[in-house]
Design a protein around this ligand. Structure first.
Ligand SMILES: O=C(O)CCC(=O)C(=O)O
Length: 274
């Protein structure tokens, strides 16, 4: 099977997996992508991360946020190869089924490379940064290699998408400290397990998550794709981060309108299925 064909093949998601996603706010799925797909597209993603990332300070001179990872967004605009990967209908269909909606649009993609010796990723919920009118949005976190806990595997607070405290906290030492205590006190289980090669996780925009540091000698190379309901509307930005996101990822879209700029194509819609 060609690699492109693999990226469009349907993943057999069960009803109990969809229910678990709704209950926990995240799900880890095995064998979503083959070693051949990860090697081929991963090579191109890594080439672009090395070329485009602007970080020039050594780890020890950076703040906590910038010790956590190198971050490069919308790689699909820089490479037709990465575009094939980000536009995968296999992944977009999983996002659609998990969100129980008719289809999804791209919000944006981003590579998150945790360098050897890179620091922890503080507790946060992504939607603090996103001016989206509903919670029907989901991040696919796609490790490009097997990722043990010691490399900084993404960890989740199970069920925390229902928890409203701390939603306004941006990624920082403060979010790590306050949310660690609050989530623990509220009794949400902490789920931190490694990822097998080909395993991909999906989490809601409001699910609290973090990652440990990278104690290995290799990069923790991760690609992410953020999907939103195809009918998602732009909300009035609630903070400065959301204003930046509205300007950068939803260009020209007015508050209250469906987010259908040229940066937000529909990646899967059951309405287009035969
Ligand atoms: O990769 C990480 O360490 C953090 C990822 C994250 O916060 C996300 O993808 O939402």
């Amino acid at each position: 099977m060609s690699l492109q064909h693999e990226l469009s093949e349907r993943y057999p998601l069960s009803q109990s997996q969809i229910d678990a996603f709704e209950r926990q706010g995240f799900i880890k799925l095995k064998n979503v992508l083959s070693p051949a797909v990860l090697a081929h597209y991963g090579r191109e993603i890594t080439r672009l991360v090395l070329k485009l990332n602007k970080q020039d300070k050594p780890l020890e001179e950076r703040d906590t946020y910038h010790q956590a990872f190198l971050q490069v967004a919308n790689l699909w605009q820089h490479s037709t190869i990465v575009r094939e990967f980000v536009f995968s209908t296999r992944l977009a269909r999983i996002a659609t089924e998990l969100l129980r909606t008719s289809g999804v649009r791209l919000y944006h993609d981003q590579a998150l490379y945790k360098e050897p010796g890179g620091g922890y990723t503080p507790w946060h919920a992504d939607q603090q940064y996103w001016p989206l009118a509903t919670g029907k949005c989901v991040t696919a976190w796609i490790p490009l290699q097997e990722t043990p806990v010691a490399m900084g595997a993404l960890a989740f607070s199970s069920g925390s998408h229902t928890f409203e405290y701390g939603r306004d906290l941006p990624i920082s030492e403060e979010s790590e400290r306050l949310l660690a205590a609050a989530l623990d006190k509220a009794g949400f289980p902490y789920v931190e397990t490694g990822y097998a090669l080909g395993e991909v996780s999906f989490h809601y925009g409001w699910t609290f998550h973090r990652a440990g540091g990278n104690a290995t000698r290799h990069n923790r190379s991760v690609m992410t794709v953020i999907y939103m309901d195809e009918h998602m509307r732009l909300a009035e930005p609630a903070n400065e981060n959301q204003q930046i996101d509205a300007d950068v990822w939803c260009p020209g879209v007015k508050i209250g309108e469906v987010i259908d700029s040229e940066l937000n194509p529909v990646l899967f819609s059951s309405e287009n299925e035969g």
